[in-house]
Design a protein around this ligand. Sequence first.
Ligand SMILES: C[S@@+](CC[C@H](N)C(=O)[O-])C[C@H]1O[C@@H](n2cnc3c(N)ncnc32)[C@H](O)[C@@H]1O
Length: 276
Amino acid sequence: MNDFILENLKKLKKNKIPNPEIDLRILLNYSRLINNEIILSNFNINQINIKIFSIILNRRLANEPISKIINKKSFWKDDFYVNEFVLDPRPETEGIIEESKKIFYNRKRNIKILDIGTGSGAIAISLAREFENADILAIDISEDAIKVANKNIRDKKLHDRIKLKKTTINYIDKNFDLIVSNPPYLTKKELKNISQEIRNFEPIISLDGGEDGLKFYREFAKKIPQILNSNAYFIIEIGEKQCDECRKIFSASSLKFEKKAQDLQKKDRIMVFSKL
Ligand SMILES: C[S@@+](CC[C@H](N)C(=O)[O-])C[C@H]1O[C@@H](n2cnc3c(N)ncnc32)[C@H](O)[C@@H]1O
């Protein structure tokens, strides 16, 4: 292999970057000057803008996630624009889309959906893809996140179907057939111990669930029953150890626990409630 490749792989390995070959290929392609995809085995230095490559390599060496460097993260069936103001959408969150599809199997129905804490807009946009006649409201407290969601919604030409609002659940007075949320749910202790990649490059507002991580679920238990129609559903993502606590919190509300779903590591990550 080319010396340039070997040298840069060595740097990535020295900094304990997982999957150095994959990352190096992505970084090279991000800085490429040619049309064709660059592959490591027949790389030639004239194929890249070396200045851009050095900058982004140094960012990766400082543990910045690839997604934040190339401003792109895949979720469900799309690629999303992401930056420092939004949490990267994660595979476990796709469980919200899967459970929604199981419940509303008539995909042509005109359901009203609310996505609380939309971030990049990944959940709202993926639901719009699955339910072609749904009306969707996506809200977030962060102005910067709303800008990112707006870009993603416009890029995908879904602005007629998804309304965006900078607000919190307290100001919502319409009713919905499906309410979804992946709220911030880390405890104070977990926040202290998170990896550098998360601490330095994900917005704290997307992670901080208060002292015990359950702040948002308590708010939801109070408000959601008031803004759900009858025969309607509420689907949330939870932290891997929060299932029992969340069941307790919601048992005091009028919502009925329907089921939980696990992620690929077999951890409870999604809870489904109904108002019948
Ligand atoms: C864990 S992130 C989820 C982002 C996106 N929905 C996803 O699943 O990838 C939580 C989001 O909730 C937003 N948020 C935090 N507090 C909020 C509040 N009180 N009301 C509405 N959104 C809030 C954050 O700005 C962040 O975008």
